[in-house]
Design a protein around this ligand. Structure first.
Ligand SMILES: Nc1nc2c(c(=O)[nH]1)N[C@H]1C(S)=C(S)[C@@H](COP(=O)(O)OP(=O)(O)OC[C@H]3O[C@@H](n4cnc5c(=O)[nH]c(N)nc54)[C@H](O)[C@@H]3O)O[C@H]1N2
Ligand SMILES: Nc1nc2c(c(=O)[nH]1)N[C@H]1C(S)=C(S)[C@@H](COP(=O)(O)OP(=O)(O)OC[C@H]3O[C@@H](n4cnc5c(=O)[nH]c(N)nc54)[C@H](O)[C@@H]3O)O[C@H]1N2
Ligand code: SF4
Ligand SMILES: [Mo]
Length: 714
């Protein structure tokens, strides 16, 4: 492509409006400089009241990624042993014919469930992310149980409130105390800071941060609370103990809006600040002072993140945190309550995108290996290693997986229990097609690699998770080379495989238009004019003033974990052992003599999961895989700055460079992630250490809950 901008291109320079497509709760509304077919600087829209003109640095320099010399631009066929990296270009027709033939072969040999379409949120566009399900349903392929990210957090929130929504996230700007709990927004969702900092400036509202290390967000905190990993439930209980004991509980609110308040108060009697101090590592005074501040501040806004739920007790801890505003009644006030995600407010009609109307069709009742008619199985995303390795229980009673179709995700870097993941992908009898923008470690294991468009190169629509906007992302430029969108690939495969649904005969634009209209949100053209749509529910609904989302309207202080309203194929993990009231549930991987450290694999600021590990700007900032370790722990191990260390869990071992850091508790180590395996000396990445055993009650991976040992290499 011509690197020089021609006069004609300069004269066509314009601003395009879009949404950031990445897997980030902020879903920023973007203004993108465009000249000809190239994008330039990317800025946050000032007219969007959540984005408020601010975006993260990695997306501001998106031109680096969009016009990267390593972008995939041609279909490729493997031309050497699996994983050798040897590929040769082929035509789209050849590539799609091979994929269709292999899928038919897998189906003929083992039934349709032997094919597993596997995707995630590399793009959050509703059509490009979820359209793959239409093919899954039309063919009766194994369904995809999405679990890796949100399940512990969402189920924990829904366990109490009954619905996944909450006060308007912009109300942080009108809070008198903002608590940023178990999330690192300076790195992972920058706009949260915009609103919290505004409250600090305009109202003198302090910012409290609960984390396990001095994250970039904790560095900006007025009240830093550094706890041991997986102990948030203990902290929340002790806070509520003080609230009850010192008269800060709003008993009238509790009587009207909650169940089991008296039993809860009795349960908390033993959860003293001293008890929590021993578990969390905070002093009893710190806990008491913090509880009193919460008690004295009606407008206390808790912004609860995902990070603290990536532990084996994560759902219990999320629920415990949401009980705090229930005890104080803070939910009632503007700038008060707890917010995690707004996913429940959008109410999309996704029948066209996902082909959910096919779910009652004949294909859906495919026969399983025992010949009995039933719905195709749902396979657990997080357990892809065990599934590909053919572990019987992970296969949920169906055949082995013989073919994978992958879009928008990179499991050979990001999935837990990585040794199994890699062994599974290395299977000679597994056919893999990966549709990607770059030659990721997953694409490198494929038999066929297909080049994908980026968000500026196709039409789609996006919803906020951490805000309340629906934002359009129309096609703004032509894709490079032969890149095709996810939708185009799914439709082309459907045609070859004889899968029928009207969605396969429509353009992405038509599907977006239909979906907007069917959901009562106008049309494509209208949204093209407005760019984004604020769908924030009214104050009473958002603050649960009409009651929480249960038949009796009452918040559940004592949830029925077996009946949490989160859709999943059954329950996962030790559900029966879950504590009935909020508590410190001691199922985490506590340190032992053999594995004396607790490892947290927190996100790196300049990467987004494994994305941006290819861009020079992000690589320069992150430098190389490192392990943050307390200086005294480092000294005790004879480890100095820049020494190579080996970190081992029961699941494997990884090498990184040590960085002594005093913003940690002793016994806790942090590796900001996720570097590709191949960027680690020795070729094994951080997810070699993490486990895929499901978090109760609805699955997910405890990515920040790892006991490890650390040793100097050499
Ligand atoms: N720069 C960047 N941005 C991202 C991502 C990224 O990788 N990099 N990932 C994106 C994705 S997919 C998601 S889901 C979101 C997630 O964003 P967040 O909600 O921020 O969640 P995490 O990324 O898992 O971790 C956030 C913080 O949780 C802390 N933490 C870990 N364990 C505990 C604990 O037991 N208790 C407490 N209190 N804190 C704990 C970590 O130290 C970390 O600082 O971010 C998105 N944005
Ligand atoms: N150790 C550890 N592991 C983790 C985490 C952690 O905190 N610690 N976080 C976990 C979490 S929360 C998540 S969500 C997962 C995310 O893990 P992934 O799903 O792998 O995450 P991404 O890097 O967001 O996206 C993957 C790929 O999608 C591709 N992509 C983007 N847009 C498109 C498109 O339009 N079409 C196609 N075909 N491809 C596209 C990108 O090029 C990228 O390679 O990782 C999890 N793994
Ligand atoms: S903060 Fe999140 S949504 Fe906003 S531009 Fe960055 S990655 Fe995208
Ligand atoms: Mo995520």
């Amino acid at each position: 492509m011509n690197q020089h901008t021609s006069a004609a291109e300069i004269s066509s320079a314009r601003i395009g409006h879009s949404a950031c497509p990445h897997d980030c709760p902020s879903t920023c509304s973007l203004e993108i400089e465009i000249s000809g077919n190239r994008i330039g600087r990317v800025r946050g829209s000032r007219g969007n009241s959540f984005t408020a003109g601010v975006i993260c640095a990695k997306v501001a320099r998106y031109a680096e990624r969009a016009h990267h010399p390593d972008r995939l631009t041609q279909p490729l066929r493997r031309a050497g042993p699996k994983g050798s990296g040897a590929f040769e270009p082929i035509s789209w027709d050849e590539a799609l014919d091979i994929v269709a033939e292999k899928f038919r072969e897998a189906e003929a040999a083992h039934g349709p469930e032997a094919v597993w379409p596997y995707y995630y949120a590399g793009t959050m566009g509703l059509v490009m992310r979820d359209g793959i399900n239409r093919l899954t349903h039309a063919k009766g392929y194994s369904r995809f149980f999405s679990s890796i990210c949100v399940n512990p957090a969402w189920s924990g929130f829904m366990a109490g409130a009954g619905r996944l929504s909450g006060p308007d996230p912009r109300e942080m700007a009108r809070a008198d105390l903002n608590i940023i709990w178990g999330t690192n927004p300076v790195s992972t969702q920058i706009n949260v800071m915009t609103h919290a900092v505004r409250a600090r400036k305009e109202r003198g509202a302090p910012i409290a941060v609960v984390d396990v290390y001095r994250s970039p967000t904790m560095e900006q905190a007025d009240i830093p609370l550094m706890i041991r990993p997986g102990t948030d439930g203990a902290l929340a209980c002790a806070i509520m103990h003080v609230l009850f004991a010192e008269g800060f509980a709003d008993r009238a609110y509790l009587a009207r809006y909650a169940r089991d308040a008296e039993d809860f108060e009795a349960h908390l009697a033993g959860r003293t600040p001293e008890w929590a101090s021993a578990i969390t590592g905070l002093s009893a005074e710190e806990i008491i002072d913090f509880a009193r501040l919460i008690g004295r501040t009606p407008r206390t806004f808790i912004r609860a993140g995902y990070g603290f739920t990536r532990s084996r007790n994560g759902a219990v801890n999320m629920h415990a945190v949401t009980c705090i505003p229930t005890v104080t009644g803070a939910w009632q006030h503007e700038g008060g309550g707890a917010f995690h995600s707004n996913s429940a407010i959008f109410g999309w009609n996704k029948s066209l995108i996902e082909g959910t109307d096919l779910l009652s069709g004949a294909a859906y009742n495919a026969a399983n290996s025992s010949g009995e008619a039933r719905k195709p199985r749902e396979l657990d995303q997080s357990r892809i290693g065990a599934i590909l390795c053919g572990e019987e229980e992970a296969l949920a009673g169906g055949p082995k997986v013989a073919a994978l179709l992958i879009q928008n995700t990179n499991p050979v870097t990001i999935a837990p229990d990585q040794q199994k993941v890699r062994a599974g992908f290395a299977r000679e009898d597994l056919f893999v097609v990966v549709h990607e923008q770059f030659m990721t470690e997953t694409a490198a294991m494929a038999d066929i690699v297909l080049p994908a468009t980026m968000f500026t190169e196709h039409d789609d629509v996006y919803q906020g998770g951490g805000n309340q906007y629906v934002t359009l992302g129309p096609k703004l430029v032509e894709p490079p080379g032969e890149c095709r969108s996810n939708h185009e690939v799914i439709c082309a495969l459907a045609e070859r495989l004889g899968a029928r649904h009207r969605g396969f005969d429509m353009t992405a634009r038509e599907i977006v238009d239909w979906t907007l209209q069917a959901t009562g949100r106008g049309s494509f053209e209208e949204l093209e004019e407005k760019h984004f749509l604020d769908v924030q529910p009214d104050f009473e609904t958002a603050h649960f003033l009409k009651g929480f989302n249960w038949p009796d309207g009452k918040f559940r202080l004592k949830p029925d974990w077996a009946k949490v309203p989160f859709k999943s194929p059954g329950k996962f993990g030790p559900v029966a052992d879950m504590p009935s009231f909020p508590d410190h549930w001691a199922v985490i991987e506590e340190a032992t003599e053999a594995y004396p450290f607790r490892l947290v694999t927190a996100p790196a600021r300049s990467f987004l999961n494994s994305t941006f590990t290819e861009t020079p700007g992000s690589l320069a900032r992150e430098k190389r895989p490192t392990l943050l370790i307390h200086p005294e722990d480092a000294a005790a191990l004879g480890v100095a700055e820049d020494d190579m260390v080996e970190v081992a869990s029961a699941r494997g071992a990884v090498r990184l460079h040590a960085v002594p850091f005093d913003g940690l508790r002793r016994g806790v180590v942090v590796a900001e992630s996720i570097w590709p395996n191949g960027r680690h000396v020795g070729g094994r990445g951080i997810n070699t250490l993490t486990g895929a055993d499901p978090v109760a009650p609805v699955g997910g991976a405890a990515l920040h809950d790892n006991r490890v040992r650390v040793a100097r290499v050499g």
